[in-house]
Design a protein around this ligand. Structure first.
Ligand SMILES: [Zn+2]
Length: 407
């Protein structure tokens, strides 16, 4: 890597204070709650838009709600460099998941203004988390051209379809090919923190299959209905939850989780008549995730047969596992070494906009340690020095790719 790196520096103080400012754009309660399309999300996106303008970028919001800032390059090259992350959070999430990659990308643009050959596009992708049980990565999928039209009309937990939140033009948000997409993110797992290593050079991003199971029976009086004559939807669901866990315990997939459950009518003295369950399967092999889902379909059919419940299963979304570009992985390692930082190659167990955006060009990701591996929690934390170091590595990698896009 040649050496503009030596004089290129992110403004660490501004990076940290902007993270605090974004954290204040939250619904009340512990941690940060900034659900996609909420008033808090709107406020955060407006703030990021103002920072992008301040940094001299041309800002637009596309039809999928992505905030995009462009810094024109000097060489009139057709494919831009793209970097960013998302601003939405889960309920009671932390201050860093997503916001960090966006704020750092703005620092990159500030530092590289007037010195890039390629256009640089800084993106804040909308609805990465899949708020209200919509598919996740809605904004980046729209940009990558992989948003399935059928999803637009499917109602979310609040009964509102995506089409009503975004408008009918969302499918026009598709972007052209990019030179590279780079995303900086907190690891959200314990590997770097345990190893005492500051920089993660991400080798690949896990695939994810998200499903929903609707278990139905007949709600009835908890006192008068004999055990032999009831079909308890929650008891059936409990068996299904354990079967989901069993998929991973038996090695069919890397991890399997039921993290969301709704019971109706959810009344102490009524036998539950309906339960909605979420399913989240993740593996670096998409074929294994599909096979595990098929196995789960068979288990649910067996539970229905035995208990007289009626269940429907549907796949809500699939995200394919992707490999990061080997050239970009090596550049991340070299950039870390040039700053005197240790780097470790690792896979990402969480899904990221980067995997969707691999449709547009080579992708690379930089991780920094999550203290104790905690994320999707108010306890999510990364050392300030590590946050600044990660942004610096992102800056150096973007500068290196601009200098020498092919390795
Ligand atoms: Zn994230």
């Amino acid at each position: 890597m040649n050496s503009p790196a030596a004089e290129l520096r992110v403004d660490g103080v501004r990076l940290l204070s902007r993270l605090d400012e974004l954290a204040a754009r939250s619904a009340p309660g512990p941690g940060v709650t900034r659900l996609a399309y909420s008033a808090e999300d709107e406020a955060a996106r407006a703030l990021v838009g103002s920072w992008l303008r301040e940094a001299g970028l041309q800002v637009r919001i596309d039809t999928a709600g992505n905030v995009l800032g462009t810094l024109p390059g000097s060489a009139g090259l057709p494919r831009p460099l793209l970097t960013g992350s998302h601003l939405d959070t889960v309920v009671m999430g932390g201050t860093l998941d997503g916001a960090y990659g966006v704020v750092a990308a703005i620092e990159v643009a500030e530092s590289l203004r007037g010195r890039l050959r390629h256009d640089l596009v800084v993106a804040a992708w909308s609805n990465e988390e899949g708020a209200r049980s919509t598919p996740g990565m809605v904004g980046s999928r729209a940009a990558a051209g992989t948003l399935e039209p059928a999803w637009l009309d499917s109602p979310d937990d609040d009964g509102v379809p995506l089409r009503a939140r975004l408008g009918a033009d969302v499918l026009t948000a598709r972007m052209g090919p990019v030179e590279a997409y780079l995303e900086l993110h907190v690891e959200q797992g314990p590997v770097l923190d345990t190893a005492g290593t500051v920089v993660g050079a991400v080798e690949g991003i896990t695939g994810q299959l998200v499903g929903a199971i609707d278990v139905r029976s007949t709600a009835n009086h908890a006192g008068t209905t004999p055990m032999a004559l009831r079909q308890d939807a929650l008891a059936a669901a409990a068996e299904i939850v354990l079967a989901i866990e069993r998929l991973a315990l038996d090695g069919a997939v890397r991890v399997a989780t039921c993290g969301h459950i709704r019971v109706a009518p959810n009344v102490r003295n009524t036998i539950p008549g309906r339960v909605l369950l979420s399913v989240d399967l993740r593996d670096m092999s998409d074929a294994r995730s599909e096979a595990a889902w098929s196995a789960l379909v068979a288990v649910v059919a067996a539970v229905d047969d035995r208990r007289g419940t009626r269940s429907q299963l549907k796949v809500v979304s699939r995200v394919a596992a992707v490999d990061c570009d080997p050239c970009l992985v090596a550049l991340v390692e070299r950039a870390a070494a040039a700053r005197g930082l240790g780097a470790l190659r690792l896979p990402s167990g969480a899904g990221h906009d980067a995997q969707v955006l691999s449709m547009l060009g080579p992708v690379g990701m930089v991780f920094v340690p999550s203290v104790a591996g905690v994320s999707h929690s108010p306890g999510e934390r990364t050392e300030s020095a590590h946050l600044i170091a990660g942004a610096q590595v992102l800056l150096d990698v973007v500068a290196a790719v601009d200098d020498q896009p092919r390795c």
